[in-house]
Design a protein around this ligand. Structure first.
Ligand SMILES: Nc1nc2c(c(=O)[nH]1)N[C@H]1C(S)=C(S)[C@@H](COP(=O)(O)OP(=O)(O)OC[C@H]3O[C@@H](n4cnc5c(=O)[nH]c(N)nc54)[C@H](O)[C@@H]3O)O[C@H]1N2
Ligand SMILES: Nc1nc2c(c(=O)[nH]1)N[C@H]1C(S)=C(S)[C@@H](COP(=O)(O)OP(=O)(O)OC[C@H]3O[C@@H](n4cnc5c(=O)[nH]c(N)nc54)[C@H](O)[C@@H]3O)O[C@H]1N2
Ligand SMILES: [Mo]
Length: 713
């Protein structure tokens, strides 16, 4: 972009991480070396600030532990012994093993496993889909995050972006529901602080008084997995006290009478017992929310992580239409605005290449799939992992590791580091980092197209994922034109550049400017559903989902890959409260053994499991802790700062106890992201979570639906 007198060149980039903020970067390069990465001061959300995770992003590129060359396993699985080989040797071995597996078991014995280590259009979540579809591999269903929320959102309001987080500055009443924005969406938080300065009330609904709740005007602690009951009780009060915007409801919604009947089953008194929130607080919340317009709700992904999470999201997403909040700039709700981007996922993923009848295996069930817990014929004989770290992030850690230890499983991992998953690989392949590659970022928390341009050469033999799959395609003898497209030809094909949202936006302009706002109206003017225009089948906000009536809705796996239509699926068209699988109320017998609810949340200084292996971030984040209420600690003789074991019949992990009334009695919480191998027990939070069962919508992982016991070690 520019060259200063002191020979520092600046290149425009964008953050690669799985985070709603997708910041605009400036790479500062001297003599071919990345010396610093800063935030673009002109970007309306980044505003020149990077989070603590990305502040030392230049050093991240030069970390001594980076994987720089292909490697082959040179010791027993999991011992982390590898020897360097060439790319040619690595590809030849993959070809030999896969050809043999395909001959003996068929191509479905190969399963990819990918998530969001990188968030680019070329190198992200879906970068290997076309290849594996063409190969005939098992289709991996990717529902680690957002598929529950998106399914619920689309059933209610359709694929709309909803409220722009920048418009939160114009809200007068803001509910942050199950989201620790100060850690996980920190570049949107200033818009809320602006509104607060103008007199808006900020409410946080969360079992934990987290960093965000500490800055709010009102923190409402709630029992995990009971949010649907709270939303239905709010509706109960709003309808009973006639705080409904009848004109809006009549013109722009579907199924009010059904919703009214459902809400009548959730009076505040009953819901107080379910949620732990006093009935009077529920009434106050409902009244204030309905009558203080524009009112806004920022929903967090954490809502989807229990049995009935999807219904909670449907109920919450229905609230703004009931009170007419969508009429106003700054009114409505934001979940993720990704639907405004005209991404052509079919061109990226090529679902047309999936052979009819190919099986689908959910990645969250990886441990079960590898250890005989699912009936799979043929069994999975090869696993190809990229952009993901399932040993840390997937449900039921013990099973995942047991599966990866299988001697007959041929595992290939493409990585930046030898993670706790990569340790089990037969072949390791080195991947580039963001300053070394080109990509147009997929963005899920704001409305800007973000281009990342390479600033430095890749070290060693690292390659971008997009190039990895081109090489694999050639290796396996695929000769479709897809594998000969350049990066820019792909990006041209992967977006609908003629769509209204992209008018005036081109790749050439993005190369100059780095980022451009979609044509969706300015944050101080935009009210996308002031007059309905919902993107549902009826065009209305569907209190009663037409998609559910015939059991014929699409699991929204980021709209990628395939549509899982579920004829006859018993989903109630109207949101209901489905109790958690595991809680003292829903499973008293289990609660006698394991009396405490356990939820996990994101670490302030890690990004999922990334950065958790780097000393500067480890020092900032501190060691693995678990928080519990003083009453629960006292009952177990646990003192603040002592080491405890968190356990159930699925597994255990050890952590330092933080005894604090920042958490509700009966609930415990620990941060996700710590590498099991760095924890004193060699395990981490997913040791106690359950595979094999998902939330009812979108196959979301029930990560926060667990009972545990805690004991001093
Ligand atoms: N610093 C940092 N930022 C991140 C990430 C990271 O790892 N680190 N990860 C990114 C990703 S992938 C995602 S999906 C987002 C997620 O961002 P968030 O949606 O903020 O997710 P969490 O941190 O998991 O949980 C947020 C809050 O939900 C609460 N919670 C848990 N269960 C329930 C419940 O049943 N009801 C209610 N009301 N609250 C509940 C937790 O106590 C926690 O305070 O963050 C992104 N940003
Ligand atoms: N208990 C519990 N578990 C959870 C959650 C929870 O709240 N609680 N949250 C869930 C959520 S919301 C999410 S999104 C998932 C996240 O799960 P993952 O997406 O698996 O999380 P990461 O730790 O970011 O792992 C990504 C890996 O990709 C690698 N990587 C990064 N860039 C590249 C690249 O360009 N190429 C290649 N080949 N590799 C790369 C990184 O080094 C890292 O090891 O975890 C889920 N797991
Ligand atoms: Mo996520």
């Amino acid at each position: 972009m520019s060259t200063h007198a002191n020979e520092i060149r600046t290149v425009r980039g964008a953050c690669p991480q799985d985070c709603p903020d997708t910041c605009a970067f400036l790479y500062h390069v001297k003599d071919g070396k990345l010396v610093e990465v800063t935030g673009d001061p002109n970007h309306p959300m980044t505003c020149g600030r990077l989070c603590v995770k990305l502040k030392s992003f230049a050093e991240h590129h030069y970390h001594p532990d980076r994987l720089l060359h292909p490697m082959r396993r040179a010791g027993p699985k999991g011992t982390g012994q590898f020897e360097r080989i060439s790319w040619n040797e690595a590809l030849a071995e993959i070809k030999d093993r896969w050809t043999d597996i395909i001959e003996r078991y068929g191509s479905q014995a190969i399963m990819p496993h990918a998530y969001l280590g990188h968030q680019g259009t070329l190198n992200g979540l879906t970068s290997g889909d076309a290849f594996f579809n063409r190969l005939g591999a098992t289709v991996a269903e990717k529902t680690y995050c957002e598929s529950g929320s998106s399914t619920a959102w689309i059933m209610t309001v359709g694929p709309t972006g909803g409220l722009d987080v920048e418009s939160l500055a114009y809200s007068r009443y803001i509910i942050v529901w199950a989201m620790n924005m100060v850690s996980t969406n920190q570049h949107a938080w200033p818009f809320i602080l602006d509104a607060q300065k103008q007199g808006a009330k900020v409410v946080v609904i969360d079992p934990v008084r987290n960093r965000t709740a500490k800055q709010a005007d009102w923190h409402i602690p709630i029992r995990p997995g009971t949010d649907a009951a709270l939303a239905l009780a709010m509706m109960n009060v709003i309808i009973a006290e006639d705080l409904v915007d009848h004109d809006y409801v009549e013109k722009y919604t579907l199924g009010f009478e059904d919703l009214k009947r459902r809400a009548a089953q959730f009076p505040p008194g009953r819901v107080a017992d379910i949620t732990g929130i006093p009935a009077e607080h529920i009434r106050t919340l409902a009244r204030e929310y309905a009558t203080t317009q524009p009112s806004a709700i920022r929903q967090g992904v954490a809502l989807e992580r229990s049995h009935g999470g999807g219904d909670a999201i449907r109920a919450i997403t229905a609230l703004p239409a009931l009170v007419g909040a969508w009429r106003h700039v700054g009114g409505g709700t934001v979940e993720m605005p990704i639907w405004e981007f005209p991404t052509n996922f079919d061109a990226i993923c090529r679902p047309d290449w999936i052979k009819p009848g190919t099986r689908v295996v959910n990645e969250l069930d990886l441990g079960l799939a590898l250890t005989g817990g699912l009936e799979l014929d043929p069994p999975i004989k090869s696993l190809f992992v990229y952009n993901s770290n399932p040993v840390s992030q997937a449900l039921e850690q013990g099973k995942t590791i047991e599966g990866l230890l299988r001697d007959d499983l041929f595992t290939v991992v493409s990585e930046l580091f030898i993670t706790d998953t990569a340790r089990y690989a037969d072949i390791l392949l080195p991947a580039t980092m963001q300053a070394e590659q080109y990509d147009l970022m997929v963005t899920w928390g704001h409305l800007y197209m973000m281009l990342n341009q390479p600033a430095i050469d890749p070290p060693g033999e690292c390659i971008p994922n997009v190039e990895l799959f081109r090489r694999l395609a050639k290796t396996m003898g695929l000769d479709d034109p897809y594998w000969n497209m350049t990066d820019d030809e792909m990006l041209q094909a992967f977006y609908d550049w003629d769509s209204p949202q992209l008018q005036g936006i081109t790749l050439d302009l993005l190369k100059e400017r780095g980022w451009m706002r979609l044509n969706v109206g300015a944050p101080d003017k935009r009210a996308p559903h002031a007059e309905g225009h919902f993107k549902t089948p009826s065009g209305k906000c569907e209190f009663s989902a037409s998609a559910a009536k015939d059991g014929n809705f699409v699991v929204a796996v980021w709209r990628s890959m395939y549509e899982d239509r579920q004829p006859g699926n018993p989903v109630d068209p109207v949101p209901d409260y489905l109790p958690p699988y595991e809680s003292p109320l829903s499973d008293p017998e289990r609660a006698r053994l394991y009396p405490l609810s356990f939820i996990s949340s994101k670490a302030h200084s890690f990004l999922n499991s990334q950065y958790a292996n780097e000393p500067v971030h480890q020092r900032r984040q501190g060691e693995q802790t678990v928080m519990m209420h003083p009453d629960d600690a006292a009952a177990r003789g646990i003192e603040d700062g002592s080491y405890v074991r968190v356990f159930n019949d699925r597994g255990s992990f050890e952590a330092r106890a933080v005894v604090s009334d920042d958490i509700m009695p009966g609930v415990t919480t620990a941060n996700l992201g710590y590498w099991p191998s760095h924890n004193r027990s060699g395990t981490s939070v997913n040791a106690v979570s359950a595979g094999g069962r998902h939330a009812t919508l979108g196959q979301a992982g029930a990560f926060c639906d667990n009972l545990v016991e805690v004991a001093q070690v």
